[in-house]
Design a protein. Structure first.
Length: 427
């Protein structure tokens, strides 16, 4: 009897949820919103679509862990019950490699020890899990879009009433419910948990007290005219130096962007769910950050598509070294496209290998820890401005503790890069 009621309820909900038709395999879409729990008054059998009593699984659900088994009943790739085809997000995605810290998805399709988002299961623990209920409260979801504030982007309706971790009094505390989107991410990606050896504390990197950080919790430090002009040329997002950004502006479903990025498609405030991506790091677009160029490789815009979603590409194509009004460093283009076959760093293309570098550079050699500089690998680099901190393949000169940059005032580098020594090299 209970099974019959559940099936009937699912069929009823499917009729209410089928609001639009999408081709199989496309990304989860924005669109008209109908509550997934209609008619939950005193007289209803809608609850039976997901819950039962006598033979219930975890949280009285009709199926056991992972919760995605139940959620995909309606959020399947065929769109049988919802226009948000979340199951499609996980299809055709490479497997995660936890040993190397390479992830293409939040593994919601994997069974875990998850009990309830109301329970703090993460404090100083390494029991990583991302069941659907870790990020979503299905009883409270609503169509509200996130809004931008000076302290970050507020919680969208998709994350309504969910828990996370907030910064408070110089530390991190459990927050129920969260006020900002990034607080959900901090539940797993911060020092609040027992971090894995291949993961960093993102809360430490985004701390507005740092010398440099991407503006997730607060607007950035670089308010120069050049940065303003750079941001005005993004291919997808158009931020200003006074604004904050969302984690999902970089980490999200790659299908949402698809081919060449089109300005404001999707909108910055859209449901940019970071369920899965074909790009490592669950990045919404490609970013070459760990494999160096071979000696003859030319500059390729596709290597840095992620960067150009926000930043103007033109300075990185200009190999002249001439001053420009859209970059504070006129040698960006020269390093990325003008030194092919000039590197003396040996045969390795591994950014972790000291001294490696055969030819044209990649962004990550000078902007290695891109979230923020607080956890930069080389001593001294932690306090550099403008996202400057050098990769392991860039070495120090003589007895220095690490490669040196004089800062935006003096504009010089003292380091060994691609086999070439820069001794207070100015620009």
């Amino acid at each position: 009897m209970a099974g019959t009621i559940a099936v009937a309820a699912v069929v009823a909900l499917a009729g209410l949820w089928a609001l639009s038709a999408l081709a199989p395999g496309t990304a989860s879409a924005d669109g008209p919103f109908t509550s997934p729990h209609p008619g939950t008054g005193a007289v209803t059998d809608s609850c039976a679509a997901c819950h039962r009593l006598h033979t219930a699984q975890n949280n009285l659900l009709i199926s056991a862990s992972p919760q995605s088994t139940l959620c995909f009943t309606c959020h399947d790739s065929a769109g049988s019950g919802s226009n948000y085809r979340v199951e499609a997000d996980f299809q055709g995605i490479p497997a995660n490699d936890p040993a190397l810290g390479i992830y293409y998805s939040h593994p919601a399709t994997t069974a875990s020890s998850h009990t309830s988002a109301r329970v703090d299961e993460f404090s100083q623990q390494t029991n990583r899990h991302s069941e659907c209920g870790d990020c979503h409260d299905p009883h409270k979801v609503n169509p509200a879009a996130p809004t931008q504030t000076s302290s970050g982007w507020t919680v969208s309706g998709a994350l309504a009433n969910i828990t996370g971790v907030a910064r408070q009094g110089g530390g991190l505390v459990w927050n129920d419910p969260i006020a900002y989107e990034y607080q959900l991410c901090y539940k797993c990606h911060s020092g609040y948990t027992g971090l894995l050896s291949v993961k960093l504390d993102q809360a430490a990197e985004f701390d507005p007290g740092n010398a440099s950080y991407h503006p997730v919790e607060a607007s950035g430090q670089n308010t120069t005219t050049a940065m303003t002009n750079s941001l005005a040329g993004g291919t997808l997002w158009r931020f200003t130096t006074s604004e904050t950004i969302r984690c999902t502006n970089c980490h999200g479903n790659s299908l949402l962007v698809g081919g060449p990025p089109t300005l404001n498609t999707p909108a910055n405030s859209a449901r940019l769910a970071p369920h899965a991506s074909v790009n490592p790091g669950i990045l919404i677009a490609n970013y070459r950050d760990r494999q160096l160029k071979t000696s003859t490789e030319a500059y390729d815009t596709n290597d840095f598509t992620l960067c150009y979603l926000c930043h103007k590409e033109a300075p990185f194509q200009d190999t002249s070294g001439d001053s420009r009004d859209d970059t504070n460093y006129p040698l960006h283009g020269f390093h990325l496209g003008g030194i092919a076959d000039e590197g003396g760093g040996g045969a390795s293309t591994d950014i972790y290998r000291p001294g490696a570098g055969q030819g044209n550079a990649i962004c990550a050699e000078c902007h290695y820890r891109i979230h923020g500089t607080a956890l930069a690998d080389w001593p001294g680099n932690q306090n550099y401005q403008r996202g400057v901190n050098f990769a392991p393949n860039v070495g120090p000169v003589g007895g220095q503790l690490g490669p040196l940059w004089s800062g935006p005032a003096n504009k010089s580098c003292t380091l060994v890069c691609h086999g070439t020594t820069h001794d207070a090299k100015g620009y």
